[in-house]
Design a protein around this ligand. Structure first.
Ligand code: MN
Length: 202
């Protein structure tokens, strides 16, 4: 499916005359490792947005508590619409009354290595593993490092689809596991949510 079609839901929710979020018109960049980004979004309810590049879009999940570096933490991750690749750069204030109104910072970003395998240990296409509801990957960000898994535990048939985001492997005390969203700083600009809102004149 072309990004044009994949982004229909994303575009349908937004008025690009009002929000400064990207409309997703830019040509996709080529090659290289796929990207990931984690944004903190102070919307109606504070949450983290976890996004993985799959082909020419960012597959997205809303993670209320954010990712944890502790393998004992199973973090609820609710799928949201595919976002354009340029969304990795988005930091700012979405106007009140618009879809997702509130402040956004880019908390972490980088590349990831797809690790999905079948039961026999053979590599599986990453997009296909997501469609099947279980994908593993190694994050290489500024804050998040290491292997994580996303696993669907509830299908969307009779309610909201729900996944778990879990750190795999041994626990590490890297101090970034469970950030306080109000104290966390942008990996792009070093600003907190409050500073981004202040700079936007909110
Ligand atoms: Mn969000």
């Amino acid at each position: 499916m072309a990004a044009e079609d994949r982004l229909r839901t994303y575009r349908g929710k937004r008025d690009f005359e009002r929000t400064r979020e990207p409309s997703g018109q830019a040509a996709p960049g080529g090659g290289g490792e796929p990207r990931f980004v984690v944004q903190i979004h102070d919307a109606r309810r504070m949450h983290f947005d976890f996004r993985l590049q799959v082909d020419d879009v960012l597959k997205s999940w809303s993670v209320p508590k954010g990712p944890s570096s502790d393998p004992g933490d199973r973090r609820l991750a609710v799928p949201t619409e595919d976002h354009p690749l340029e969304y990795e750069e988005f930091e700012g204030v979405i106007p009140r009354g618009e879809y997702g109104g509130g402040t956004v910072i880019v908390w972490d970003r980088g590349t990831y290595e797809p690790l999905s395998h079948d039961r026999r240990g053979r590599p599986v296409d990453f997009a296909e593993s997501l469609e099947r509801g279980h994908a593993t990957f190694r994050l290489r960000g500024s804050k998040l490092h290491g292997e994580y898994a996303l696993t669907r535990f509830r299908s969307g048939a009779d309610g909201e689809e729900a996944w778990l985001l879990v750190r795999k492997g041994p626990a590490r005390a890297d101090g970034h596991g469970t950030p306080d969203p109000r104290r966390a700083r942008s990996v792009r600009t070093g600003r907190t949510l409050a500073q981004v809102a202040a700079d936007a004149g909110e």
